[in-house]
Write a protein that binds this ligand. Structure first.
Ligand code: MTE
Length: 329
């Protein structure tokens, strides 16, 4: 595997290369995200912020209804019984109001309030690099090529919160069959939109390495769990979950599951990725869920379900070892 080429400025202590106001801007961002002294370790044991949001159940329902009002529902969505979970499903209004989406806000219970200027339609997606059939598509034409099914997956954030949600979309392998990667393709790089006018996080924290990018090896992309989600809870994706299309990789920490994809590029070198570029010591490229490898600032032994606050022991590969352990033997 080739080494990651980092833009030089991210290798240097921020103060050496950045004007002070810009440095403070980045430091503020990192602090909000728990990347300074206290970290989020305390949050694992304190009552979860999401359960204490101050909104009544009625207000939560109204938020969910507002967010979902414009979303088309699928009539004959087929559930794939291979991918179901014994844990209770996370309530939709809870998942809608607890998001990681730093383009909009570094505060999880705040993302849904900052989406008004963002328009995921019309949308184009480009598939490029070492493949036989590159192309640029309107998102509707792109999705039309695949048959959509529903899968319920666990989701485990690196920050120790977890949820169980029904995604809908198609297997990444279906995309690979269509575009036909050549023998030069070793990795896939995924890129999110860049539009600071519509995404306040990109505007305020403008020294971060936007646009958000992520990557996979070709072997990982061919695994049956790797999923391109076009919807959730029986309808298309709302903005906060990554409309109009995102990645879902349930055996990896959630930051690998990049939202609002505009470009999928097949490369011969390991791509640079957002978090790995920003804080390489804390976020590696592989990022498989593993209770035995603590985050440098907190334990990964346990996870807490959003909404109910139930705590479970973290499972290696987030419980998907039967599907993926062979990839890392
Ligand atoms: N994709 C983009 N473009 N920007 C982000 O900030 N956050 C990631 C991932 N995808 C993120 C992203 C993280 S850290 C997590 S845990 C999941 O999205 C959260 O997905 P959800 O908000 O739909 O639950």
């Amino acid at each position: 595997m080739s080494h990651i080429i980092l833009p030089k400025k991210w290798n240097l202590p921020a103060k050496e290369i950045t004007p002070e106001h810009v440095f403070n801007n980045r430091r503020h961002f990192l602090k909000l995200m728990g990347f300074t002294t206290a970290g989020i370790a305390g949050a694992l044991f304190a009552p979860p912020a999401f359960a204490q949001s101050g909104l009544s159940r009625l207000a939560e329902r109204l938020v969910a209804e507002k967010q979902n009002a414009a979303l088309p529902y699928y009539k004959n969505l087929k559930r794939n019984p291979e991918y179901t979970i014994r844990r209770p499903m996370t309530d939709e209004p809870v998942a809608l109001k607890y998001n990681n989406y730093y383009e909009f806000s570094p505060e999880k219970d705040d993302v849904w309030k900052h989406l008004d200027q963002f328009e995921p339609h019309p949308w184009q997606i480009e598939i490029t690099g070492h493949i036989k059939h590159p192309g640029k598509y309107a998102i509707e034409d792109f999705i039309k090529q695949f048959s959509i099914e529903e899968r319920t997956y666990r989701h485990r954030c690196v920050e120790t919160w977890a949820m169980v949600v029904p995604w809908n979309g198609f297997e990444m392998m279906d995309l690979l069959k269509k575009v036909q990667p050549t023998s030069k393709a070793k990795f896939i790089k995924f890129t999110t939109f860049q539009n600071p006018e519509a995404a306040p996080g990109q505007k305020i924290y403008n020294t971060l390495p936007w646009p958000y990018t992520e990557g996979l090896t070709m072997d990982e992309a061919q695994n049956e769990l790797a999923f391109m989600a076009t919807g959730i809870y029986g309808h298309t994706l709302p903005k906060q979950h990554g409309a109009p299309i995102r990645l879902v990789l349930p055996w990896k920490y959630g930051f690998k599951s990049i939202k609002a994809i505009v470009k999928i590029e097949f490369t011969d070198k390991r791509p640079t990725t957002f978090w790995n570029t920003l804080i390489p010591k804390e976020y590696d490229f592989v990022a498989n869920v593993n209770p035995d490898v603590p985050h440098p600032r907190w334990s990964q032994r346990r996870e807490k379900m959003i909404g109910t606050g139930e705590v479970y022991a973290t499972q290696k590969y987030n419980g998907y070892g039967d599907f993926v352990a062979n990839l890392y033997a």
